[in-house]
Design a protein around this ligand. Structure first.
Ligand SMILES: *Cc1c(COP(=O)(O)O)cnc(C)c1O
Length: 842
């Protein structure tokens, strides 16, 4: 690592603007500058898609040559001007968003999938974070993202001859990644220090420019650190809990400190998954220092503007750390404060809310995030329900329906996933800027003819087949050196055959083997003479996931059968680059997760813009999006409860999947008229593109986060001054003290067949009656849906102190169906999250 490597290399004066262009990852989705990079060094650009690497590897002679070339000069000036215009343009946030996010949003995530040239991700969570950030840039939302710069990232995959997954960890030389050292106003490289047991760990800070947003990255590979510490940020998801905790300290504590050092004081802090929950503690501690309060006041003040997004569908998916590890690692950090590791563990264990003894408990990062946040959300409607059930035990006596977990369905960054062909079609139909200001969620594809639409699909499929053959010939080279692989690969796959894609993590719950459950039937579909099917697969299994690896082996073996060869292909090393090729070219995207494990799923959303159709389990986003006009669902309309037990459904789901393929998907694709056009299929494509693309975009998702979360949270945050926070905290303590004395003293019902009037008398033990709400709750039954009806206070009861009468009228239900309850009521708080006290009559 030399200084020279970090100081900009010299460029001919006439081309100096290339620095800025190459370091703005906007080139990952906006292809205006592609020709520049190609002209500089075609081979490097085509193999790496890394503009920064291109710029750093091109020879001086080539640069000088291009600086003299008028056509290059013209293109260059055009792009520099366009970039300048982009940076200064008005946006949705500047023009159309009603509200102000003050100093903006800090977004924390363990991984970011922005480009295959910046391999800091393993899968869905990271890709979502990347798409979120790109959309925030499009919309002009002031977001600063914080993450880790992994020296090796997630493993790279190859498959051996006998189907064994091989894992490689190539080193990411940071000077070759499209990031730059983060410098302060004096030009110094910014360093952050995090206290570790018996030492301090120094972190280096980097900056990735993602359009209008910045992604700040930390790594621990500072030569002054101890050798072990230098490796903290080497790999992603190693499975070692100690290393994981170290990474979460670097990200959470280091990340917040980095923002403070840069004088960024975010108005809202958004955690994408609980891994980064320590950031919320560090945020509270720095607020505590600034305002000279205690920790609880700081927690009360800051939590209103903390948003926690959970992506996990089962409680075991959350990070847990044993106490001993925490004591060792967190004590040096907390020593300076009035906070002990015990208190911290209590904040992240059941005891925090349930009041049970916390001995022997682990710190659960999701619970810590929950106890430090003002709002929580899942990532699809079904996932909201799953999360409510996961968090229910921490809200004793609250029904799952009332658990304070919202949802924002994920979306994908459309401009990153469209193909040149679909881009042209959309531009013709709806104009150039459609993804930046989609004020209406639909764009009529009716303007596009069947011919044009089918031509688009065929071109995309063709391009995919070419890509796959090229890629496969590379894979085959290693494996079958004796074969004439160029010739052999030329015969793989067919341009006019229905192409089914399946690519994702190879792990059991995603059921990548659903089609292998009936190999004879699958063979028949593949071998059909008139209506054949071909399948493209890709995906990594986590190094410790032996079942996932076994499924890869089985697919590999299947694809090698002489009667299958060339019809089923497995593409190694699934990443953003592979994903983008697959989702552009496939006709049908298959997703078959086992519920309730898949929180949302996003890969299927990526085919929408390109006219690919989804064939998916009725689950995650597809349960919201699906209807018969836009694609196919396995087990459609399944209820949440039914889905939850669907691990018994593997065989039935597999059969249903085959039925759909055999009776609907395949015949639909080949049902062409005399012009050779599959009219009904095209109708489906049109409906899917038109109705779903904008809805399942990150653009919609980010606006939802802004309008439904960030803005109202920022408003609420403004009201939490040190004084108000202390006052709220005092009141809550008082409430907690008096709560055990509260009671119902009588309960009456009068009424007719239609209406009933319920009356309760309540003893409040001196609590201000404004702070208490009485509600009448009926669960769903044959008499109607679940209802929660407010019972307004009528008057204090004369003759008994602190007692009040509440009453309301409701449609009649049989005796025992309505139950009153008492809860805390305070507009300044998010309830029951911030105070889950509740008292039921029975
Ligand atoms: C989109 C994407 C994912 C997430 O896909 P799921 O449907 O959520 O499994 C994972 N990896 C890559 C490379 C992707 O592009």
């Amino acid at each position: 690592m030399t200084l020279a490597a970090y100081s900009p290399r010299s460029l001919p004066e006439a081309l100096s603007g290339l620095f800025q262009l190459a370091l703005d990852l906007r080139w990952t989705w906006h292809h205006g500058s592609d020709e520049l990079w190609r002209a500089l060094d075609e081979e490097t650009w085509e193999t790496t898609r890394n503009a920064w690497l291109v710029l750093n590897s091109v020879s001086w002679d080539r640069l000088e040559e291009l600086a003299e070339e008028p056509s290059f000069q013209e293109r260059y000036r055009e792009q520099v001007a366009a970039h300048h215009q982009f940076v200064h343009a008005n946006t949705w946030y500047s023009d159309d968003c009603t509200g102000d996010l003050g100093q903006g949003v800090a977004y924390f995530c363990m991984e970011y999938g922005i480009s295959e040239s910046l391999p800091l991700y393993s899968g869905g969570l990271g890709v979502l974070a990347g798409d979120y950030l790109k959309a925030a840039s499009d919309l002009g939302v002031p977001v600063t993202a914080v993450g880790l710069l992994y020296q090796q990232g997630y493993f790279r995959q190859a498959i051996s001859n006998d189907g064994e997954q091989l894992e490689f960890y190539p080193y990411n030389d940071p000077t070759m990644l499209p990031v730059s050292p983060l410098r302060d106003v004096d030009g110094q490289w910014v360093r952050v220090v995090v206290p570790f047991p018996g030492r301090s760990v120094r972190l280096r800070a980097w900056k990735a420019q993602v359009g209008r947003c910045q992604l700040l990255l930390l790594d621990s590979n500072d030569p002054r650190n101890e050798p072990g510490d230098r490796g903290i940020t080497s790999e992603l998801y190693t499975g070692d809990p100690e290393k994981r905790l170290q990474q979460e300290m670097v990200l959470g504590i280091g990340g917040w400190r980095l923002l403070s050092q840069l004088r960024i004081n975010p108005t809202v802090c958004h955690l994408n998954e609980g891994h980064c929950a320590l950031a919320l503690i560090e945020r509270a501690l720095s607020w505590q220092q600034e305002h000279q309060t205690d920790f609880e006041t700081a927690r009360t003040a800051t939590r209103a503007t903390n948003l926690f997004t959970t992506h996990t569908s089962v409680a075991s998916g959350f990070d847990h750390f044993p106490r001993s590890l925490l004591r060792l690692y967190l004590a040096p950090w907390l020593e300076a404060w009035d906070l002990t590791t015990e208190q911290l563990v209590n904040l992240g264990s059941e005891s925090a809310i349930a009041g049970v003894d916390a001995d022997g408990q682990c710190l659960n990062m999701a619970l810590l995030a929950l106890n430090m946040s003002g709002r929580i959300n899942g990532v699809s409607r079904i996932h909201q329900k799953a999360s409510q059930r996961i968090f229910q035990p921490f809200f004793p006596r609250w029904p799952a329906e009332d658990i304070p977990t919202d949802f924002v369905t994920n979306g994908v960054h459309t401009p990153s996933w469209d193909s040149p062909e679909s881009d042209a079609v959309w531009t013709r139909a709806c104009g150039k800027d459609r993804w930046r200001h989609p004020l209406q969620l639909s764009c009529p594809m009716s303007a596009v003819s069947d011919d044009d639409l089918w031509e688009m699909r065929r071109l995309q499929r063709n391009r995919l087949i070419h890509y796959l053959r090229r890629r496969l010939s590379g894979q085959h080279c290693e494996q079958n050196p004796a074969n004439n692989h160029a010739a052999a690969c030329g015969l793989l796959l067919d341009h006019e055959t229905l192409t089914l894609g399946f690519a994702r993590r190879f792990t059991e719950y995603k059921r990548p083997d659903l089609l292998l459950k009936d190999q004879e039937r699958l063979l028949r579909l593949l071998a059909s003479r008139d209506q054949p099917l071909q399948i493209v697969l890709a995906g990594k299994a986590h190094p410790y996931d032996h079942r996932g690896k076994e499924i890869i082996r089985r697919w590999k073996a299947f694809s090698r059968r002489p009667d299958v060869e060339g019809k089923v292909v497995f593409i190694e090393d699934y990443d953003l680059g592979v994903a983008s090729q697959l989702i552009q070219g496939v006709d049908v995207w298959l997703n078959s997760p086992r519920h309730p494990w898949e929180a949302c799923g996003t890969s299927g959303m990526k085919v929408l813009v390109n006219g690919g159709l989804n064939l998916s389990q009725y689950d995650g986003w597809w349960a919201e999006a699906w209807n018969a006009d836009v694609g196919w669902a396995i087990r459609p309309g399944a209820t949440f409860e039914e889905l939850r037990s669907s691990n018994e459904h593997d065989l039935a789901d597999s059969r249903e999947l085959f039925d759909l393929l055999e009776h609907q998907v395949i015949p639909g694709f080949y049902d062409v008229d005399r012009q050779g056009l599959p009219r009904k299929w095209l109708q489906q494509i049109r409906a899917s593109m038109d109705r779903l693309t904008a809805t399942y975009s990150a653009n919609r998702m980010v606006r939802e986060y802004v309008e439904r979360f960030y803005l109202p949270m920022a408003e609420q945050g403004k009201l939490r001054s040190p004084e108000t926070a202390a006052e709220i905290l005092g009141e809550q303590r008082e409430l907690r003290k008096r709560w055990p004395h509260l009671r119902f003293s009588s309960f009456h019902v009068t009424g007719s067949d239609d209406n009933q009037t319920y009356t309760v008398e309540v003893y409040l033990d001196g609590i201000d009656e404004q702070r208490i709400a009485v509600e009448l709750v009926a669960e769903a039954s044959e008499y109607g849906p679940r209802t929660v009806t407010a019972m307004p206070m009528q008057h204090p009861l004369s003759g008994s102190a602190h007692s009040y009468l509440y009453e309301c009228s409701v449609p009649s239900r049989p005796e025992g169906h309505y139950t009153p309850r008492l809860r805390v009521c305070d507009e300044r708080l998010n309830l029951p999250l911030e105070n889950p006290a509740v008292l039921w009559l029975k």
